[in-house]
Design a protein around this ligand. Structure first.
Ligand code: SF4
Length: 376
């Protein structure tokens, strides 16, 4: 959870997570949907997928115990050199280094590293020094866990004393060893070339409302956006196109949403949603339309069986067509056979769907529109 996310943001999620998945076995048995439910809002959903996959492997390959060596830790999904170093040293006391943003800054200043910190030669150099430090800690005066303590001390020093701006060199315990401080210009480090500006991308997004339902689909696992998460139908839109005139032609041409009897839908623009993710700046032009009840079945490929029936959440839209109404329904876990199939989802169920932050913003915008027009 702490990869790319601050502790203050993570705390509530972590507490809920530990209540729902108190041990590795419960996580290994959970469906992807159940994991997403607890993760929802934290973003970077690949972390949630990976931790579930890692839990399964820990149960299957390591008899339910987190491996206590660096090599096996690195073999688990979602665990890279940083996490493997942190778990090896802090949990198991092994002399394994770690580098996060804070430690990188401390070491760059300690060494006054002049080369671009993103270059692989710089990274190699930093890892080499991090290893030297942790190995010398292992040979130094004994404490309960000298290697874990050293790594945590470096991270904490970077977080609290050796800050990006105005580092507190006067109270720094390693001031006497610090080359950047001696050269009186610590803020110059780490040296880094400016990242290129984010690439702008634009999308047309379609919210099709029908009584109390809205049309959505589950993105395939291998799609570029929203892998395995629920989304409103959209397409990428070239900036050369004019937003207003392109709405209906796209809707007609778009596969798999070619609605023979829905061509008369009056789409109206209800606003834009902006969202930044890694190196992209996304703008969603959101269009809102209404379909009549009789047109529900005219969605090609739409099959109410695509919404079903594995755990305990009720789903009104699906239960309408079930032969056995006593059966408890929910959204199916990501499944290649049903992914990308349109499905009518009741508005009051949308909060329970795993969605990206951008799709959730679009849902809120559409919900405001429904409230404004007194339809819910
Ligand atoms: S002396 Fe200053 S620049 Fe050097 S590690 Fe300490 S806080 Fe950072």
């Amino acid at each position: 959870m702490l990869q790319q996310t601050q502790v203050a943001t993570v705390l509530d999620y972590w507490r809920r997570w530990m209540q729902r998945f108190p041990d590795v076995q419960s996580l290994a048995l959970a469906s992807e949907h159940e994991v997403f439910e607890v993760w929802q809002g934290l973003g970077y959903y690949s972390r949630a997928r990976n931790i579930r996959k890692a839990a399964k492997q820990i149960v299957e390959r390591f008899q339910g115990r987190v491996p206590d060596n660096h090599h096996d830790l690195l073999s688990l999904p979602g665990i890279g050199p940083y996490t493997a170093g942190a778990v090896s040293s802090i949990a198991f006391g092994l002399p394994e280094p770690l580098l996060d943003g804070n430690v990188t800054r401390v070491l760059c200043r300690l060494l006054a590293l002049e080369s671009d910190v993103k270059r692989s030669s710089s990274q190699k150099e930093l890892w080499r020094h991090a290893r030297l430090l942790v190995e010398s800690a292992a040979c130094g005066p004994q404490s309960d866990n000298p290697c874990g303590d050293l790594n945590q001390a470096l991270m904490e020093l970077g977080a609290t004393v050796c800050s990006p701006q105005k580092p507190k060199c006067l109270i720094c315990p390693i001031q006497n060893h610090c080359t950047a401080c001696r050269e009186a210009d610590p803020e110059k480090f780490p040296v880094s070339q400016k990242a290129p500006p984010p690439t702008p991308l634009e999308f047309h997004t379609y919210v099709l409302f029908n009584e109390k339902d809205v049309l959505m689909r589950q993105a395939p696992q291998d799609s570029r956006w929203n892998q395995g998460l629920w989304e409103f139908p959209f397409r990428e839109h070239s900036s050369a196109e004019n937003n207003d005139t392109q709405v209906e032609p796209f809707w007609r041409a778009s596969d798999p949403f070619q609605f023979e009897s829905l061509h008369e839908i009056q789409w109206r623009s209800i606003g834009k949603v902006r969202h930044s993710i890694t190196r992209y700046k996304l703008t969603f032009h959101v269009y809102f339309g209404e379909a009549h009840k009789t047109e529900r079945a005219s969605v090609p490929g739409f099959n109410e069986e695509t919404i079903k029936f594995q755990s305990t959440k009720s789903l009104k839209g699906a239960s309408r067509s079930r032969a056995n109404p006593s059966e408890t329904n929910t959204y199916k876990e990501s499944n290649p056979k049903t992914e990308n199939q349109p499905a009518w989802i009741p508005w009051d169920e949308i909060e329970k769907l795993p969605m990206s932050s951008a799709q959730r913003k679009i849902a809120r915008l559409a919900l405001d529109e429904l409230k404004r027009t007194s339809q819910i």
